[in-house]
Design a protein. Structure first.
Length: 213
């Protein structure tokens, strides 16, 4: 069975393309919204970055003080060690807390952005994709069922199917007298209507008269 993504008939084809473009545009919009959510949540990380910078500065101050007193006689080594320990216990812990907060905020930002995009995107595709796949399959099946051959008897039967099966308003778009066309063996416009209803365009040439006509 051949795969056909879009109807051949102009109006159904244009309608289907527009709907696909709308879906793609909606997915693009959802991706943009997800990115914006990520950016907004991630921007909160500036607070944690400030905490990290403050802690690092405090720890650096203690380290510089330790370096300054390290060369003092007798008490220099112990005093430098005490200052270094104090720096780790104060500024170092604050810096570690800030870095942990930065990572947590970044993780939350990614999760929020992905959820903002994926949840509605999956819902949208779940509502539209099955019908789209079904329509593609049906067009391929319709092409095999209707065929492109010029067998008169098959054309007569398909013309009957069109005359008695299609809505009257659809038939009148192609012929003012569907039943008269069928009786005269003039099957072309009836077949055009039947193909168009399936999103196809009849490719065969002029229809021969029905058997016995």
């Amino acid at each position: 069975m051949s795969v056909q993504l879009y109807p051949e008939a102009p109006r159904p084809r244009a309608s289907r393309i527009i709907r696909d473009l709308v879906i793609i545009a909606m997915l693009g919009f959802l991706a943009w919204i997800g990115h914006e959510v990520y950016q907004r949540v991630d921007s909160v990380g500036v607070v944690a970055s400030g905490v990290t910078s403050a802690g690092t500065s405090v720890q650096g101050g203690f380290d510089r003080a330790a370096d300054a007193v390290d060369s003092l006689p007798v008490v220099g080594k112990k005093l430098a060690q005490a200052l270094g320990t104090s720096g780790d216990a104060t500024g170092g812990n604050v810096a570690d807390l800030g870095r942990t907060g930065e990572k947590a905020i970044r993780d939350v930002a990614r999760l929020a952005g992905l959820a903002t995009f994926l949840i509605p995107a999956l819902l949208l595709l779940g509502l539209t994709l099955p019908g789209r796949i079904r329509g593609i399959r049906q067009m391929g099946e319709a092409r095999e069922f209707l065929g492109d051959g010029g067998d008169p008897e098959r054309q007569r039967l398909l013309a009957m199917r069109a005359a008695f099966g299609l809505p009257v308003d659809v038939l009148l778009e192609y012929t003012p007298d569907p039943i008269g066309d069928l009786g005269r063996g003039d099957h072309g416009r009836l077949l055009d209507a039947l193909y168009a209803e399936s999103g196809l365009v009849r490719r065969s040439g002029p229809d021969p008269q029905a058997v016995g006509a």
